[in-house]
Design a binder for this molecule. Structure first.
Ligand SMILES: [Zn+2]
Length: 96
């Protein structure tokens, strides 16, 4: 059973041949918007720490980055959200 990526509720299966073709990830538009807003805010929180750490290898920056990521995982677990999927490889995810 597929769970909503935002609220963790089970998604009703779509009848065969119905739209959208890829499996749904969210209950509705509100869950989709909340998920994307949370990803945006989390990205803003970690990008500076991640970029700074990668350049400097400063232990405090890495500690901050790990703290933020742990906090996000705790929030997701507390909200009953499914695990964040394993990221694609760098080659597949290349942007810009
Ligand atoms: Zn939902």
């Amino acid at each position: 059973m597929t769970l909503c990526a935002n609220c963790g509720k089970p998604l009703d299966p779509l009848p065969p041949g119905s739209y959208p073709r890829p499996p749904r990830r969210f209950c509705d538009r509100a869950c989709n918007a909340a998920h994307m807003r949370r990803r945006h805010l989390r990205g803003l929180a970690v990008i500076d720490a991640g970029l700074y750490w990668r350049k400097s290898r400063d232990k405090q920056a890495l500690s901050t980055l790990c703290y933020l990521l742990d906090q996000f995982n705790r929030e997701d677990r507390a909200a009953g959200r499914p695990l964040t999927p394993k990221p694609a490889t760098v080659r597949a995810r290349r942007v810009g």
